[in-house]
Design a protein around this ligand. Structure first.
Ligand SMILES: Nc1ncnc2c1ncn2[C@@H]1O[C@H](COP(=O)(O)OP(=O)(O)O)[C@@H](O)[C@H]1O
Ligand SMILES: [Mg+2]
Length: 459
């Protein structure tokens, strides 16, 4: 069933329930109050009658059926009365009671009114004692005809009002709901267009309803973001394909050249060496792409404690060869800090930062790795004495495949994925990576990680 119809049905059902309960309550209250009034009239008249009888000797008793108290329609009500002796026999009764059987007076409580039927005339009756004649009981009743008629009239009126109310409520609800949900249709249309692959779809906002306007603008915002995401993915694939093509083309060319004619041993060695370089670049690129995909998809909680100093020392020892080739020294000053995380990924962060630092360091300079606690954060930094990162590049260098113009031209070993991987790992550890803008002379990359609760080991 459509949402619109369900909503209409639900609101109508609520109206039925609310009106129905209210009308039923009113009917019951009115009926009870009329019944109470009748009972008071019955009791009062019965008492008057009993008082009169009490001062007259029983042999002169008379019961008249007229006139009774005024009823709702202002006509006096016909009276029904009977006197019973102490053994329950009828002593005297009004003409109105002639045609019908009388109740057993001993079976009824005094003062408690009860219903009685006399030849199709519904009555409200009561039995009371006659003062100064303790054995004698007076049965007195008045017709309930008016009361029943009033109740029936009220019931009919209420039922008609209820039906009219429900019909009106259903109609109004339907119109309002249709008005409201028409905007939903526009939003659903836009969602369907997007699902079909057209990210240019937008919801046209033509409503005064603040919520709908907000929803529509949220959906539009979502589509815009989705578009950015898709184009960034497309860019990523294009860059990846481009980066893959260069070493593959080089590899292919080198191998083709080597096999074109007979070569000397040294020429073969050189060709194989060049092919190996291209293969190495391909391998690095494939590994980086895999690492980026894996870290981005990581969902496992970071529960294992990692001793960061060990991670840093291990990474530093892995780059000693590269450092000595570049004639760069590495010094490590680390506090004993433990964080929650994945040791392998944190090791990759330090290695990538050290690789970059070594590559950008002039010969004979030093790269420093530091680690300490500052408040609720663990700070790990890698500082070099190279040219530093140009201010305009400080955010962009963390994008996949982005390299500063200088590095781009040099066709270095990396494809621009190192810092993107570092950023993904930092994020997945609840931390961040950034270039310290305050550092002078050289680049200073800082990784901030949250301090785990009760996990910190003092130095
Ligand atoms: N220590 C550094 N000093 C100066 N520039 C750096 C440094 N580290 C990284 N960069 C810049 O950031 C870019 C991206 O780095 P990265 O993602 O590791 O890619 P790659 O190392 O493959 O070039 C580099 O091309 C370089 O321009
Ligand atoms: Mg790098």
């Amino acid at each position: 069933m459509k949402f619109r119809n369900r909503l209409t049905l639900a609101l109508t059902a609520t109206t039925v329930l609310t009106f129905g309960t209210a009308f039923a309550a009113v009917s019951i209250i009115v009926h009870r109050s009329e019944q109470r009034e009748l009972e008071e009239a019955v009791l009062e008249t019965a008492r008057g009658e009993a008082r009169e009888l009490s001062v007259i000797p029983p042999e002169h008793w008379q019961l008249s059926e007229e006139p009774g108290p005024a009823g709702d329609d202002e006509k006096p009500l016909r009276r029904f009365a009977a006197i019973f002796s102490d053994n329950g026999n009828v002593v005297l009764k009004t003409k109105s009671f002639y045609a019908c059987p009388l109740p057993d007076p001993l079976a009824h409580d005094f003062r408690a009114a009860f219903n009685l039927d006399c030849e199709g005339t519904p009555l409200r009756a009561i039995i009371i004692r006659i003062p100064s004649h303790p054995g004698q009981r007076l049965l007195f009743a008045l017709p309930r005809v008016q009361l029943e008629a009033d109740s029936a009239f009220l019931g009919r009126t209420m039922a008609m009002a209820l039906i009219a109310g429900i019909a009106a409520a259903a109609a109004v609800t339907f119109v309002i709901v249709r008005q409201l949900t028409r905007q939903h249709d526009f939003i659903a249309d836009a969602a369907r267009t997007v699902a079909a692959g057209d990210l240019g779809a937008r919801v046209k906002i033509g409503s005064d309803d603040e919520d709908i306007v907000q929803l529509a603008s949220d959906v539009n915002e979502m589509i815009v973001r989705l578009g950015l995401l898709v184009s960034s993915q497309q860019r990523f694939v294009a860059y990846a394909a481009h980066e893959l093509r260069s070493p593959i083309t080089a590899l292919y060319g080198e191998l083709q050249l080597a096999t074109r004619k007979e070569r000397t041993k040294d020429e073969y060695r050189q060709a194989i060496g060049e092919a190996l370089d291209s293969a190495r670049r391909l391998k690095t690129l494939a590994e980086d792409l895999l690492a980026l995909a894996r870290v981005g998809a990581e969902t496992e909680p970071l529960r294992s404690p990692v001793q960061l100093r060990k991670v840093v020392e291990q990474a530093a020892s892995e780059v000693t060869l590269a450092a000595s080739e570049h004639k760069v020294t590495i010094s490590v000053t680390c506090a004993d800090v433990t964080v929650d995380g994945r040791a392998r990924d944190l090791g990759r962060v330090v290695r990538n930062l050290l690789d970059n630092a070594i590559r950008h360091s002039p010969e004979g300079t030093n790269v420093t790795v530091g680690l300490d606690l500052s408040g609720s954060l663990v700070k790990l930094w890698v500082q070099d004495e190279g040219p530093g990162v140009p201010p305009g590049d400080r955010d962009r260098i963390f994008e996949p495949f982005y390299r500063s113009a200088k590095d781009h031209d040099q066709d270095g070993p990396g494809a621009g994925l190192g810092l993107a991987i570092v950023q993904e790992i930092a994020k997945s550890h609840g931390g961040r990576i950034f270039v310290d803008t305050e550092s002078e002379g050289g680049a200073r990359f800082v990784l901030e990680l949250p301090v785990p609760q009760q996990e910190e080991v003092p130095a």
